[in-house]
Design a protein around this ligand. Sequence first.
Ligand code: AGP
Length: 595
Amino acid sequence: MCGIIGCNGVEAAVPVLINGLERMEYRGYDSSGIAVLSQGKIITEKKKGRVAALVKRLEQSTNLDAQIGIGHTRWATHGKPSDENAHPHQSGKFTLVHNGIIENHAELKEQYLKLTKTKSDTDTEIAVHLLNRFYSDNCLEAIAHTVRLLKGSFALAVICEDEPDRLFCVRQASPLVVGIGDGTFAASDTSAISEKIHTLYRMNDGEIAVLSKDSIEFFDFGLNKITKTPDEFEKNSYTADKGNCEHFMLKEIYEQPEAIRKTVDAYLNENVFDLQLKIEKPERFYIVACGSAYHTGLVGRQVFERLTKIPVSVETASEFRYSRPLVNGNTPVIIISQSGETADSLAALREAKKRGAKTVSIVNVKESSIASESDFVLLTKAGPEIAVATTKAYGAQLAALYLLGIYFAEAFGTADKNELEKMKKALTELHKTVSAALGCEELIKEIAQRLKDIDRAYFIGRGLGFAAAAEGSLKLKEISYIHCEAYAAGEMKHGTISLIEKGTTVVAMNTQKELTHKLQSNIDEVRSRGARVIAVTSAESKIDADETITVPEVHPLFAVSTQIVPVQLLSYHIARLRGCDIDKPRNLAKSVTVE
Ligand code: AGP
């Protein structure tokens, strides 16, 4: 999941490219590079490390005065992060950048490039050598010939010394948008160029775009001309500032209440749903997602089943897409994705549609692929989320699932009307309880001091508490690199308790008031074997643990929304004390657009 940027016909290409890379660095940040075409020659600068390292290198470069260029920020798939493996890659008169995976790169090398010496360990380099191999005097034809041979996922931006006035873009299973403003632009993510354009086109799979200085033509891979209508988009004012927070993650934890409030306000008026969401009472719901979004699905299942009495299957998208899912026209599929570009989730959406299912997506990016391909979109209102570890978008996804659960219960008449009214009232107040939960931060800082050197932790919970434990475990591990596991509390004694020894850290999430005493037994079981237990509970559910963090009472079905807050803060402060790169953790990227 890399970031691609391109521009043509601008006054100065380098600052446009760098600005675009800085806005997309969260997509991948192990190396970056740019290539500009000036006086008939392509000049390339690329560097391992963050975009800042590239900017430093560019300070020593000269003759970079150009109006056309491409750029790339990388999340390594083939070939370790290094200067040589960084994009752009060059062959003959061509230079290109790529996001995705060319799955048949080895076969293509064997078949067409046996004698070609490669400079990198990347799959991408094969593509640029093929361009050079098939090129005689027409770039577009060489590009079409090449992309018809590629298998896998590839968003490409290509420049050629023989055609200095044209920038070529290709989209196949990796996101790419193009636009027109003062010049023409291409990017993996609308937010990177939205302030520079007045017209946006989201490219579809199988399309080639040819960007001249002030216009764009579209073709399919057979070079048949395509007419596209512009897509709507929002000029999001990209706030690169962290406010008075040290990291985006902390800023976004504190933005979580507002993200929830805006999402609830946008959809509590059920007319919005009535107008657009026509779903008959199904035999089963499917909720499909990855990572933290999958963890919200675990909450969604319990909310939906409680309110609609309809069974719900929750699946990770990478498993769902290859499991021959028993999906049909009577099993709506709900795809949850902050970015709306996660490759596995997009593929799962397409698989569900192929099998005749109605699809509903809960996304945070309006112009995303998942939003555009779903039958119905519930747009969370979290705003741009920059930290790789999701917090406010996760909180908004939970609110969206509560809204959908209430909507379906009303539509199908499966829940007590008074109960639903109480839930709606609680939903309009939820942002206040989440905001109040932030009040535990000083206590969290003290606990983090005691936990900063641990090498592992276990998160346990019952019912919704397990869903909270799963998210807490992911939060801590992905930003602090501490090994964490989440367990249904009742499961610990079936094996994992063998790992508990003196001083082992266990975090217990007590979301189910009616199961408090059961969870207390599980806490006592691990404490009697030496564990140090930190419990998160609400004011009315007393728990005996080594440390207890109490959050405000909230509707039982919404407990995860408040209990996750101390765990997000604990993960943040432990990672901060460990000196970790909190907003851009190693090996991760914000939008996972490869399988
Ligand atoms: C969450 O902190 C992680 N960064 C990751 O698990 C993420 O939730 C997952 O990749 C799904 O992303 P999406 O919501 O954009 O589809």
